[in-house]
Design a binder for this molecule. Structure first.
Ligand code: ADP
Ligand code: F6P
Length: 457
């Protein structure tokens, strides 16, 4: 069986210590097995890779990374990837910022990745490219004569044609994606949108319900939701609950309930709306005053993108307003921190929380929802409040499903969670746990790669 070559913009290098925020790194780290190669950006700018990737071997995995120049970083990462594609694919055309030189910078970095990877490839390698930063890389590899099987998995949503065509070069992207043999999505809705976009851009013949042929090349699609190692995370949470950090958190609560939110500080995560909803809880249900605190851990992310800076200022302001309005001399309703926290520590925090607030305005999947469920004590679990716009909501229907734009409804869901009888909490949690155990990080990889390996080229 050929070697697995994973390609992603972010690579979780063995030398990267400490907390990592971001679903892709978490999912792939759990899935990499000895003998594989992981290729991507080193995370450095203006370095001196001088044409060749830097290679590191660790526990049988080869890591090959390239640096970006400052200009590449600005145009590819800050510009087109996170200023244009990210908002557009999260249905936020109002935040979409298109500049042609940034689009060209994006294409150039995808070419550069292909040029650096191609010499490392062996004929029977199976190549698996990840996420929106690398949508044109499969095509760039094909132009270099790479005939290997190529898969592409999108960790974030895919939008319908009416939204995608806001992007002037939408069809160029869709055609480049179709150069892969297998294109994977988190949900059926995302896959259907991609197939509609492909039909809007190309003369194609459908190949069954899930694929199409264009220009003699067959592109198949698959839905494989990303999961977590639920059993492993549950063990971590159980252990972490006895550790110093969780004990300190418990003692600081002096018997009050805890609601928890854990996210990258990103406008797709619905944090201003979540803060609003938390304030509404005290207005609509004042019996909870002094009885609950919300711990929001929001890891700073993409700080060179203007929108992210603006969001941070907005949240600082809102946090001050909520605490100014409701705090007491011995109670702070909102505890808000803007850094990443170690995953083990977070697991312990989830375990002691009565409510997990996962309320993105749009999200490809959302692993925090799954981590929260895995971390609970099955005999006395907390309640997950989950946005209907997270990919995870397609499956996790026993959570309290909310529309994150409706602050009053989210406040009412928190109220319902706080009052929910133990029997109902246990039943909902058991159903959710069964689902996340069935779809792990490993089964996500197996599902995708088994199908990719079956493809005849
Ligand atoms: P995204 O990929 O958009 O960041 P996900 O919810 O799918 O969203 O994945 C986020 C991952 O990063 C989870 O594993 C979560 O535990 C981790 N994470 C998110 N925020 C933080 C944080 N503040 N500190 C540490 N880890 C975080
Ligand atoms: O899955 C969403 C995702 O954008 C990943 O592609 C990415 O690695 C992660 O979130 C964190 O974002 P960034 O790599 O821009 O820090």
């Amino acid at each position: 069986m050929g070697r697995l070559v994973v390609v992603s913009n972010r690579v979780s290098l063995p030398s990267d210590k400490g907390a990592k925020a971001g679903g892709l790194a978490v999912a792939l780290e759990e899935a990499m097995s000895p003998g594989s190669l992981w290729f991507g950006w080193s995370g450095r700018r203006g370095g001196t890779n001088a044409g060749r990737p830097a290679i590191v071997e660790h526990r049988g995995i080869t890591y090959a990374t390239v640096d970006l120049s400052e200009a590449e970083y600005r145009r590819f990462y800050v510009g087109f990837s996170n200023g244009a594609l990210w908002p557009l694919l999260h249905y936020r055309s109002g935040l979409f910022d298109f500049r042609r030189d940034e689009f060209e910078g994006y294409l150039a970095v995808n070419e550069m990745f292909a040029a650096r990877l191609a010499p490392l490839l062996e004929p029977d390698d199976v190549i698996w490219i990840h996420d929106y930063q690398l949508l044109t890389m499969a095509e760039a590899l094909r132009r270099r004569g790479v005939a290997n099987r190529i898969g592409l998995f999108l960790h974030i949503p895919f939008v319908p044609p009416a939204m995608l065509h806001v992007l002037p070069e939408a069809c160029q992207l869709v055609r480049a994606m179709a150069a892969a043999d297998l294109v994977g999505f988190q949900t059926e809705g995302d896959r259907a949108n991609f197939l509609d976009c492909a039909a809007s851009c190309m003369e194609l013949h459908r190949a069954g319900a899930d694929g199409f042929v264009h220009d003699g090349h067959r592109t198949m699609t698959i839905v494989t939701p990303v999961g977590i190692d639920a059993e492993g995370f549950a063990r971590t949470a159980q252990r972490a609950a006895g550790m110093a950090e969780t004990r300190r958190l418990v003692s600081s609560l002096v018997g009050r309930a805890l609601a928890i939110g854990v996210d990258r500080l990103d406008y797709t995560k619905g944090l201003p709306q979540r803060f609003d909803a938390f304030g509404r809880l005290f207005q609509r249900h004042p019996e909870h005053l002094r009885r609950i605190s919300l711990l929001q851990i929001a890891a700073r992310s993409r700080e060179d993108v203007d929108r992210y800076q603006a969001l941070r200022h907005e949240l600082d302001r809102q946090a001050g307003e909520i605490n100014g309005a409701y705090s007491d001399f011995d109670w702070t309703p909102l505890r808000y921190m803007t850094r990443a926290v170690n995953r083990t520590t977070i697991a312990g925090f989830y375990r002691i929380a009565s409510i997990g607030l996962v309320t993105p305005l749009r999200d490809g999947m959302n692993l925090v929802a799954k981590e929260f469920i895995a971390a609970q004590d099955p005999a006395d679990p907390g309640v997950l409040v989950l946005s209907r716009f997270a990919g995870a909501a397609e499956d996790l229907t026993e959570a309290l499903i909310v529309n994150p734009y409706d602050a009053d409804a989210v406040a009412d869901a928190m109220h319902a969670a706080l009052l929910m009888p133990a029997e109902e909490r246990v039943a909902r949690h058991a159903a959710l746990l069964g689902k996340i155990r069935a779809r792990t990080a490993a089964s996500f990889c197996r599902g995708f790669l088994d199908q990719l390996r079956e493809i005849e080229r």
